[in-house]
Design a protein around this ligand. Structure first.
Ligand code: PAF
Length: 280
C-alpha cells in the first residue's frame, strides 16, 4: 500500500492509474477503522480497479464543545488493517494540507435544505464541515465511485444532494450498516461507551425497529411513535437527542402516504452521542 500525505503526490499516483485505464474507488474516513470501514473498502474493491482510503479528522465538522481533540487517532493500526485487506492507496494529509489558508478563510459548501435538521439541529455547522471537506477530497481524488456508510444516513443524503446540485462526476454508493451481535451499529465513537452502559446501548436500534414495526403494521400517528420511542430510550437510562420518521430522500417529516420512509435517531450515552437509522 502506498501512503500519501500530500495532494500533489496522491494526484500523481492516481493520474498514472487512470492513464492505465483503471477506475478509482474512494472511501473517505476519519480513521480509527473498524469492520464497518473495512466492509466499505472491500465493497469499493469489488466495484473499482484501485481503491483510495483517506484518513483525516476534519476539525471543520466538529463543534466547539465536541470531541475533535478526543477523537481516536490510530494511524499505525489503521494502515496495517488496510494493508491486510489489500488497499492500494492511503491518503492521510495534515490539516495545513487541506486548509492552507486556515479554516476561517476556507470557501464553504452548504446543502441548505438538509443541513439544519436532525443531527444538524444539535450540531450546527457539522454538515457544512462535512460537505466542504468531502468536496475538497472529491476534487483531490477525482474518484469514479465514492462509498459512504448508511449508518450516517443524513450525511449520505446530503452528499448525494451536493453531488447532484454541483454536477460532481462521481457515483455515490451506499454501504450497508455493520452491527454488533446485539444490533448496535458499529462506530468509532462506540469506544466511548462505558462498560456499564454497553449492554443497554443497542436500545436506540431497538426503539427505531419498534417504530418501524408499528408503521409496517399500519400505524400512521408518527408523532406518537416518535414520542414513545424517545420514552423507551429514556427508560433505558439514556438521553434521546431525536427520533424522527422522515421521507427517505428529502429527510422532511414523513407524510402519511410516503412510500419510502426512514426512522432516524440519536441519543447520548455518558461519553458518546450515538446515531442509527432503519428504512422501511
Ligand atoms: O463519515 C465520516 O467519517 C466523515 O464525516 C467524512 C465523510 C470522512 C468527512 O470527514
Amino acid at each position: 500500500m502506498e501512503i500519501f500525505h500530500h495532494i500533489d503526490s496522491v494526484r500523481k499516483a492516481l493520474d498514472a492509474a487512470r492513464e492505465q485505464g483503471k477506475t478509482v474507488g474512494f472511501v473517505p474516513t476519519m480513521g480509527n477503522l473498524h469492520d464497518a470501514h473495512l466492509a466499505l473498502v472491500k465493497q469499493a474493491q469489488g466495484l473499482c480497479d484501485v481503491v483510495v482510503v483517506s484518513i483525516f479528522v476534519n476539525r471543520l465538522q466538529f463543534g466547539l464543545n465536541e470531541d475533535w481533540d478526543k477523537y481516536p487517532r490510530t494511524l499505525e493500526r489503521d494502515s496495517h488493517k488496510l494493508r491486510d485487506i489489500g488497499c492500494r492507496y492511503l491518503f492521510c494529509p495534515e490539516e495545513n494540507e487541506i486548509y492552507p489558508n486556515g479554516m476561517d478563510e476556507q470557501t464553504r459548501v452548504i446543502v441548505p435544505s438538509m443541513a439544519g435538521v436532525l443531527c444538524g439541529a444539535s450540531r450546527p455547522g457539522h454538515f457544512e464541515g462535512v460537505t466542504t471537506v468531502v468536496s475538497k477530497l472529491f476534487n483531490i481524488v477525482q474518484p469514479d465511485i465514492a462509498i459512504f456508510g448508511v449508518k450516517d444516513y443524513q450525511q449520505l443524503a446530503i452528499i448525494r444532494r451536493m453531488v447532484e446540485d454541483l454536477c460532481i462526476p462521481v457515483r455515490v454508493v451506499a454501504g450497508e450498516i455493520v452491527r454488533e451481535a446485539d444490533g448496535l451499529a458499529m462506530s468509532s465513537r462506540n469506544s466511548f461507551i462505558t462498560d456499564q452502559e454497553r449492554p443497554r446501548a443497542s436500545q436506540l436500534n431497538r426503539s427505531l425497529n419498534w417504530a418501524k414495526q408499528q408503521i409496517l403494521e399500519g400505524e400512521r400517528d408518527f408523532l406518537r411513535l416518535e414520542d414513545e420511542a424517545r420514552e423507551q430510550i429514556r427508560a433505558a437510562g439514556f438521553k434521546p437527542d431525536y427520533v424522527s420518521i422522515c421521507n427517505s430522500k428529502t429527510l422532511e417529516p414523513a407524510a402519511n402516504d410516503d412510500l419510502e420512509i426512514t426512522v432516524l435517531g440519536a441519543m447520548f450515552t455518558q461519553g458518546a452521542r450515538l446515531i442509527d437509522n432503519v428504512s422501511l
